[in-house]
Design a protein. Structure first.
Length: 473
């Protein structure tokens, strides 16, 4: 009888070779589910050690400590190791750090505006928040719930800013948008985008004659279902006319030729408004739907953005918007798109250097506005047979805190508000986040919005208390 033992060894060798080759393949996703990478040596090679130690070397005044555990408190100590850690905030409420030392662009202006709303001292306009971010807040994720919570407490109606004609708007739970005759240009499509033409949201829309766009409120969020003012923002180098339809009411509005941003206001209580270009070819930016008082939040999300392109919006454009549409708080939620799964220290240095330009740009154009940097949220990554935090996220969050400190703005850690290291994996297990371990689901968005809301309320309360103490002195 012939011995075939050698075939067995050859077969095993081929299987091992195939598995080793498969280990070199990139991670494959089906839908939003990332398949587990092949690593037949994971049980003996995956020590759980993080591979981003070098990232900490480029962050001023802080370095990772050895032997650090993985609990939320330990992660908090690691990221908030400087002397400005504030432990006086209530347990379970993530602190908002104000590094302005009383100068402009800190949180004081925003808290004062909330004080005015609570004491019923109207400003003559709504308190406005611009919420810039990436796909973490796309389709009004998280922002819709934060808006609803703040409007329920401080008053206000309407969804705020909506781009003039975007397919993504149809995914929003707050408002629908049907349009035709508009050509969309946005910063992430660089082949046909000119920063000199962009508006606040890094979008602009070229309108053909008879172009139309209609906005219809949805009823999921009661305070966003109606509004008292609709304002169209545009630029038109030649005269144009536009027809505005709200219910049975029709207006024909002339648009003067100008190289400056213009605002076409329509005061009417409604949840349905449409605009039709009757003559001319203006460039449209977006429409704001809001009340005359209370709070409104504009969602400026941009899928795939790291935030650094905001520095390229022309100073004149931002300054004109700051006059036409003044903001009391501008939030920057970026970072996850700035680092890769194999982060390098030089990448972090480059990113922080460019984000510093963004913050300086907005400080110049909105000198009285509170600015708040949101540290990046947790992002899941597979570690052996479990899901942990992607390398580089924690050092990125600390770098963002140091950026806020050096620029004199506010800082809030989304990473810690979510629960710290490994929190995205826990949210996925609770069906609060998607299985790409990057994005929230609606219930998860509501949960994180609640944390931010509670921090705003507590921050305002502390500001009010400190103001009272100063008055007594």
């Amino acid at each position: 009888m012939k011995d075939h033992t050698d075939r067995t060894f050859i077969f095993v060798a081929l299987v091992v070779l195939v598995l080793l080759l498969m280990h070199l393949l990139p991670i494959v996703s089906i839908g939003d589910v990332a398949l587990r990478p092949v690593n037949i040596l994971s049980d003996i090679t995956d020590s759980g050690e993080r591979k981003d130690a070098g990232m900490w070397s480029v962050i001023p005044s802080v370095a990772p400590r050895k032997g650090m555990g993985t609990t939320r408190n330990d992660a908090t100590n690691r990221l908030q190791s400087a002397s400005d850690t504030d432990l006086s905030w209530p347990k379970g409420v993530e602190p908002i750090y104000d590094f302005s030392q009383g100068k402009g662009c800190g949180m004081e202006h925003f808290y004062a505006c909330l004080d005015s709303l609570e004491s019923r001292r109207p400003l003559g306009r709504p308190v406005r928040i611009a919420f810039y971010g990436d796909s973490f807040i796309e389709s009004d994720m998280l922002v819709a719930d934060l808006r609803e919570m703040l409007q329920a407490r401080y008053g206000g109606n309407g969804v705020g800013w909506v781009n003039a004609g975007s397919e993504l708007t149809s995914l929003s739970p707050t408002i629908g948008n049907h349009f035709s005759g508009l050509t969309e240009h946005l910063v992430m499509r660089r082949n046909d985008y000119q920063a000199t033409m962009a508006g606040l949201s890094e979008h602009y829309y070229l309108a053909a004659p008879q172009a139309t766009t209609r906005f219809t409120a949805k009823t999921v969020y009661p305070h966003a279902a109606t509004w008292q003012w609709s304002t169209l923002y545009l630029r038109s180098s030649a005269p144009a006319t536009i027809r505005i339809q709200t219910g049975a009411n029709t207006q024909i509005r002339p648009i003067a030729a100008s190289e400056h941003v213009q605002a076409i206001e329509t005061p009417v209580m409604t949840g349905d408004v449409s605009y039709t270009i009757q003559s001319g070819r203006p460039t449209l930016f977006g429409v704001a739907h809001e009340s005359g008082e209370g709070i409104v939040i504009d969602n400026f999300s941009m899928r795939g953005s790291s935030g650094i392109t905001l520095a390229h919006i022309p100073t004149q454009t931002l300054t004109e918007f700051s006059r036409l549409r003044p903001y009391d708080l501008i939030i920057f939620e970026y970072g996850v798109n700035a680092i890769s799964e194999h982060p390098k220290p030089d990448d972090l240095k480059w990113y922080m250097r460019n984000m510093r330009k963004v913050i300086a740009h907005y400080q110049k154009c909105f000198p009285q506005t509170s600015l708040l940097i949101l540290g990046a949220p947790d992002r899941g990554a597979r570690r052996g047979n479990s899901i942990g935090t992607m390398d580089g996220i924690e050092s990125l969050v600390e770098a963002q805190r140091q950026l806020a400190k050096s620029c004199g703005t506010g800082f809030y850690s989304l990473f810690h508000a979510m629960g710290g290291r490994g929190s995205m994996g826990k949210l996925v297990n609770q069906n609060l986040a998607s299985k790409d371990y990057i994005h929230l689901k609606p219930k998860g968005g509501k949960e994180i919005a609640r944390h931010i809301y509670e921090s705003f309320v507590e921050g305002k309360r502390r500001h009010q208390s400190q103001k009272g103490l100063q008055t007594i002195k």
